[in-house]
Design a protein around this ligand. Structure first.
Ligand SMILES: Cc1cc2nc3c(=O)[nH]c(=O)nc-3n(C[C@H](O)[C@H](O)[C@H](O)COP(=O)(O)OP(=O)(O)OC[C@H]3O[C@@H](n4cnc5c(N)ncnc54)[C@H](O)[C@@H]3O)c2cc1C
Length: 583
């Protein structure tokens, strides 16, 4: 099904790919200090003596991005397939803003003579969050979405279609379009959380009220009418829900059991290839335009520091290409994935995965291709290991439904939480007096991104050291994160707060220990808190009177071992202390 491109073809097309360009390749396996340097290393062109460098993700220019996207589309297109349907079908794009490996788009094409692709700018996405009334979509994610839509429109046009953009609720817009175009089916990607499920039900109901002439009757001239239908397709995970070796209601409560079970019993299907030409597009005068920030009721915000992501499928394909083939980073992923500074310590695929601009199965196929053509090691496998976590949280959202969003979490634990606004604001704005927390929170509000390590640390601090209602933190993440996804966000927060489905995932992250292991020279905190840069490196995490006074004491004290000491054995659980929550 999937034919991999030969190295000679790659180098002819992209000469810069002929050999690995990264110095990571030569890292001595057991040299910790070098690994730390690798964790914070940046491409030369992006280094500067100021503290304001930006890291563009992907780091290539626009013409390279387009070239790589086109090359990838070519690899994944088929020329010989014939469609076998009649009439018009609609693709309702949701969190699947891509052309490649998009089953809804493919089925719509197959089952019709004309496809109408539609995206609805649902005002509810720009309203307040459920409990605490923060903006549901912050300005940075809105900008990222706008870029995704512009790129989707461009790529659909390249395939002979276009993207209709309408402002309003899908349940109002889609039945009208079905009526106007006589569409027999609306195809869309299935979601799993309650807000999205409500919309699905309302769209389905709305469609049932619309009658369109059935294809057969159209051709025979009789007037019999048929109801249009909504067909929902699974498309967001590596493993297909139908391929799981158990019913989702019996999903194991321990991640390792889930992973071992799917790895041994299920196959990951290949990406869906699409015809190079998906037209003809319906004749429409007003396709609607890509919204501006103003139209979404938001003010544009320029990222002047830290990671700057570009939205859209083309950028996503380019980041995959850059990460695997150009920079050869996947071969050291497992060793450096816990970094916090720069673009390259981890894949950064999450932003595009969350908007659906990138298919996890495409990443899987790239891992396999890389393993065949360059190298297979623990790191190449670990990218899949992490993607299976993502799958797991998606399936958990089906098993546990709304309890994922409730204070007691899936285990319905009755714990005492505070909603102290002063403490919460100090966390949110990065003014807690703990440089590691403040730097991470400033990164989040400035860029819309935070490393996985940072997310675990700030979550533990808010819930364990401050005792604040974890939903306040989760909703603030919902506002800010470019990669916000309800399953991964609320799933991880319930784990972090100790109310997740697996009691064994109940861990405390000690700030002094985390600082020592993951930012031993204070480079990360000095980047986000420039006032700390003049301090000796050993003092950057314990600045004393040079910085804000800590707003709360730490649960287990603030013992930071100073000096150039070697951190303890580094592993995934370094610095975590197992503790039950006593608030
Ligand atoms: C409190 C908290 C909230 C989070 N909220 C989100 C969220 O809203 N959306 C989101 O995509 N991730 C979330 N994560 C998971 C994780 O932090 C991000 O996926 C990761 O940091 C993204 O960076 P990356 O793509 O470079 O990850 P990499 O380390 O390169 O991992 C590769 C991919 O694996 C998946 N992955 C890795 N770790 C996790 C994890 N713990 N849970 C689920 N998937 C994972 C992601 O899709 C990621 O892109 C959260 C984690 C925590 C602790």
């Amino acid at each position: 099904m999937f034919s991999s491109i030969r190295p000679s073809l790659i180098s002819a097309k992209f000469p810069q790919l002929q050999k690995p360009t990264s110095s990571f390749v030569h890292l001595p396996q057991n040299n910790l200090s070098l690994r730390f340097r690798a964790m914070i290393s940046t491409p030369k062109s992006e280094q500067s003596s100021t503290n304001d460098e930006v890291y563009r993700v992907p780091g290539l220019d626009l013409s390279e991005i387009d070239g790589i996207a086109e090359e990838t589309f070519r690899r994944y297109s088929i020329s010989s397939m014939k469609r076998n349907g009649n009439g018009v079908s609609i693709v309702w794009f949701r969190n699947d803003l891509r052309v490649l490996d998009n089953e809804a788009l493919f089925k719509a094409w197959l089952s019709s003579e004309v496809v109408l692709p539609v995206y609805c700018l649902d005002p509810r996405l720009f309203g307040p969050t459920y409990y605490f009334g923060f903006p549901k979509t912050g300005a940075l994610r809105a900008k990222f979405l706008i870029e995704c839509l512009a790129d989707l429109k461009k790529n659909l046009r390249k395939h002979g279609l276009d993207l209709m953009i309408r402002h309003g609720k899908p349940e109002d817009i889609l039945p009208l379009l079905v009526k106007t175009f006589g569409a027999h089916t609306v195809y869309a990607q299935k979601e799993t959380c309650s807000e999205e499920l409500i919309v699905e039900r309302q769209v389905s109901k709305g469609l049932q009220r619309v009658e369109v002439a059935s294809n057969q009757q159209q051709s025979t001239g009789s007037t019999q009418l048929k109801r249009a239908k909504l067909e929902l397709l699974w498309g967001s995970t590596l493993y297909h829900v139908d391929d799981l070796p158990f019913d989702v209601s019996n999903l194991p409560n321990v991640y390792t059991q889930f992973r071992k079970s799917v790895e041994s019993k299920c196959k990951i299907s290949g990406c869906i290839k699409i015809p190079a030409a998906l037209g003809p597009a319906p004749e429409i005068k007003d396709w609607g335009s890509i919204p501006s920030m103003d139209q979404l009721g938001l003010q544009g915000k320029k990222v002047s520091k830290g990671l700057v992501f570009l939205g859209g499928e083309s950028a996503a394909l380019c980041r995959v290409h850059e990460y695997f083939w150009k920079k050869d980073l996947v071969r050291v992923y497992k060793e450096i994935r816990n970094g916090m500074l720069g673009a390259d310590y981890s894949t950064k695929f999450s932003t595009w995965l969350a908007s659906g601009s990138l298919s996890p199965r495409f990443i899987y196929e790239e891992v396999k291709r890389y393993e065949k053509e360059r190298l297979a090691n623990d790191s190449t496998y670990w990218v899949l290991f992490e993607l299976i976590w993502r799958d797991y949280f998606r399936f958990l959202s089906i098993k546990y439904g709304n309890s994922l969003f409730h204070l007691g979490g899936p285990r319905r634990l009755e714990l005492k939480w505070s909603q102290d606004r002063t403490l919460f604001e100090s966390w949110r704005e990065g003014r807690t007096g703990y440089p590691l927390i403040d730097a991470n929170m400033k990164e989040l509000s400035t860029t819309g991104f935070m490393s996985n390590r940072g997310r675990q640390i700030v979550c533990s601090f808010l819930t364990r050291d401050m005792g604040i209602d974890w939903r306040m933190g989760a909703e603030w993440f919902e506002t800010c994160l470019l990669d916000y996804d309800p399953c991964s966000n609320y799933g991880n927060w319930t784990y972090g707060a100790g109310v997740g489905n697996d009691p064994r995932e109940d861990r405390y992250f000690s700030i002094p220990k985390q600082a020592q292991v993951y930012d031993p020279e204070g480079e990360f905190v000095a980047y986000w808190l420039p006032e700390l840069r003049p301090l000796p490196k050993v003092n950057r995490h314990v600045p004393g009177i040079s910085y804000i006074k800590p707003i709360v004491p730490l649960k287990f004290g603030n013992k930071y071992r100073q000096g150039n000491q070697r951190a303890g054995r580094r592993s995934d659980v370094a610095g975590k202390q197992s503790t039950r929550l006593k608030l």
